[in-house]
Design a protein around this ligand. Structure first.
Ligand code: SF4
Length: 298
């Protein structure tokens, strides 16, 4: 049963009042096929997905940023993206039930958090508000206001439904001080199923995009993170991204050397205590967020 049909059934059963604007949005809902038609349909995989249709499905359900496809853009796409943004803001999408259930659970967990107690360990500041304390939390280049019911981006940028889940997970986790030891995902417990996803959705995607283009990679890094000096280790470029104040993720980059047959390689590294800060699923999502940002066409 698709979303539109289910919506109209429940409307007629419960006799709920529905505003005409809401009906309009549901009827104009962006379907994966509609976005798919705008892609080049080449299945090149640069977005980290095996096909253009898989990409379109993930974008429409708020699980991937549209900017991950370097071939999508232009004025003709703008009205579709506006509709998509509006529907995602309203939680309308294929994954709506899953998202809402998760948010309901997380809001319950957030209720148990005393923001004044956890703020310092999260690297956040408390903001006293009429409806209770909120947290002002840095997230990449943005500042977020986290309250018990929602998250607002004070910097005015977009924040997808799935990013909200990431933020709530970070707050609930309570953060911890890093060990200072960097490890690959393969060194984190129970990570076997995630290693392949990290490779396909993030590491291979970036290496395909930036092979032979270390200057462009360095430029992209400077927008979202900073380069770190690890020259002794034979790495061409090392970068660090502060996803949250207590969640830094590193990227190592080895450029291709065509004459010697070396391919470009990218590897993500984490603090060895990272699972005290975030669960593995959220960690993978954070890596995808870094990858999406670095993949934006400049
Ligand atoms: S990057 Fe764009 S063209 Fe390539 S597979 Fe992804 S959606 Fe299709």
């Amino acid at each position: 049963m698709d979303g539109i049909y289910r919506f109209h059934v429940s409307f007629s059963i419960h006799g709920a009042t529905l505003h005409s604007r809401e009906i309009g949005i549901m009827e104009k809902r962006v379907a994966p096929l509609e976005l798919y038609r705008c892609t080049p349909k080449t299945n090149c995989g640069e977005c980290g997905r095996p096909t253009c249709f898989a990409f379109a499905t993930l974008v429409v359900t708020g699980q991937q940023n549209v900017s991950a496809c370097p071939y999508l853009g232009g004025k003709e796409l703008e009205p579709l993206l506006e509709r998509l943004e509006e529907q995602l803001d309203r939680g309308v999408g294929v994954s709506r039930e899953g998202f809402e259930k998760t948010m309901e659970f997380l809001r319950g967990e957030i209720e148990k958090c005393d923001f004044r107690v956890v703020a310092k360990s999260l690297g956040a500041k408390v903001e006293e508000r009429a409806d209770g304390a909120g947290l002002v939390l840095p997230y990449f280049n943005d500042k977020l206001l986290v309250t018990r019911s929602d998250i607002e981006n004070l910097s005015g940028g977009d924040l997808s439904a799935w990013e909200k889940i990431l933020v709530f997970n970070y707050v609930i986790g309570g953060a911890s001080e890093p060990s200072g030891t960097w490890v690959g995902m393969e060194s984190l417990p129970n990570s076997v199923s995630k290693i392949k996803s990290l490779k396909a959705h993030c590491e291979e995607r970036l290496s395909r995009l930036y092979a032979g283009r270390i200057d462009s990679f360095s430029q992209a890094v400077s927008k979202w993170g900073r380069e770190v000096s690890l020259k002794d280790e034979g790495i061409d470029l090392a970068a660090q991204f502060a996803v949250f104040p207590k969640l830094a993720i590193r990227l190592l980059f080895w450029d291709e050397v065509q004459e010697e047959g070396y391919e470009c390689r990218v590897k993500f590294l984490f603090d060895s205590r990272v699972l005290q800060v975030l669960d593995l699923e959220s960690l993978l999502f954070a890596c995808e967020q870094i990858t999406d940002r670095l993949s934006v066409k400049r």
